[in-house]
Design a protein around this ligand. Structure first.
Ligand code: C2E
Ligand code: MG
Ligand code: MG
Ligand code: MG
Length: 287
């Protein structure tokens, strides 16, 4: 059947096909079943603190263990979940799963970590979001400062007052806020002044060529300097090489995340990564 062959392709859910509406309904049905059947899983990618040479936090990245199609990356289902509105339920699941994971880690070396979860701007439409996050923290007995929320610059473009109100409430709870993919949105820098931002994540596209292209290196240096002047720490995304690490350290970047340190891994593999991460001490500290 056409339906089944189509199901094995990325295009099935995402490209502009004639029966897009039908396919969207199909995905929506599958996503709702995925939530009910517990088919989502979080993988975790370390963020390494360069000054201390230790893992400070991990970013939770969702995957869908699809019964027929295998492990699907978020790019294959998050965009349409955002369009359909299903993203709200997924976000609630992610927050709760991250809090439960933190509770599981309590009392182990992983208990010191902060977990960063990604939320779409669209999820801030939900006036109960902050209550939900507060409840998830309370239910799992996790301190709010163990949790970090990553949002992209889109939150500075639309519904700004509403977003500021929601994020200020979260920040007052003690939850950390970070701006993801910084530098590729269309937002105004003024919002860095007005919003309670703890961390900026420099988009991977600047890091990728920073050791070959002077202009990219100038941009990362300027972003780091701007952030520090505002009391905001900086994470470089997508760090893959020692040369990038060395340059970022010279630029006084606070944290790095990328394949150089580790790919995103299932929770069960993190203890091994954490142990290996300490071997990065010699790379990451000049002293
Ligand atoms: P992001 O938040 O910017 O996450 C970083 C992405 O870069 C991840 O892709 C990660 O696997 C990848 N990455 C990390 N280090 C490197 C590197 O050194 N090189 C390269 N080439 N890539 C690297 P992933 O897991 O496929 O996630 C893609 C995007 O999906 C995320 O981008 C985020 O926007 C979104 N996403 C992931 N999980 C969630 C979630 O739970 N909720 C929502 N709303 N969005 C999510
Ligand atoms: Mg992110
Ligand atoms: Mg990012
Ligand atoms: Mg990115």
């Amino acid at each position: 059947r056409a339906k089944e062959s189509g199901r094995n392709t990325y295009q099935f859910y995402t490209e502009g096909m004639q029966d897009r509406e039908v396919l969207r309904l199909e995905l929506d049905k599958d996503l709702s079943k995925a939530l009910a059947d517990n088919e989502f899983v979080l993988h975790y990618q370390p963020q390494l603190d360069l000054a201390r040479g230790r893992m400070e936090s991990v970013e939770a990245l969702i995957r869908w263990q699809h019964p027929q199609r295998g492990l699907l990356p978020p790019g294959e289902f998050i965009p349409l979940a955002e369009e359909s509105g299903r993203i709200g339920e997924i976000g609630r699941w992610v927050v709760l799963a991250a809090c439960r994971q933190l509770a599981d880690w309590a009392g182990t070396p992983l208990g010191q970590l902060r977990v960063a979860v990604n939320l779409s701007g669209r999820e801030l439409d939900d006036e109960h979001l902050v209550d939900h996050i507060q409840r998830a923290l309370a239910l799992s007995g996790v301190a709010p400062d163990r949790l970090e929320i990553e949002l992209t610059e889109e939150i500075f473009i639309q519904n700004i007052e509403r977003n500021l109100r929601q994020l200020s409430r979260l920040h007052q709870l003690g939850v950390h806020l970070s701006i993801d993919d910084f530098g590729v949105g269309y937002s105004s820098l003024a919002y860095l002044r007005d919003f309670p931002v703890d961390l900026l994540k420099i988009d991977r596209s600047f890091v990728r060529n920073m050791t070959e292209r002077q202009d990219d290196a100038v941009i990362t240096r300027a972003v780091i300097s701007l952030a520090h002047s505002l009391g905001i720490r900086v994470v470089a995304e997508g760090v893959e090489t020692e040369a990038q690490l060395a340059l970022l350290r010279r630029q006084a970047c606070d944290l790095i995340q990328g394949y150089l340190v580790s790919r995103p891994v299932p929770a069960g593999e993190l203890p091994a990564v954490l142990a290996r991460g300490f071997a990065l001490d010699d790379l990451s500290v000049d002293r």
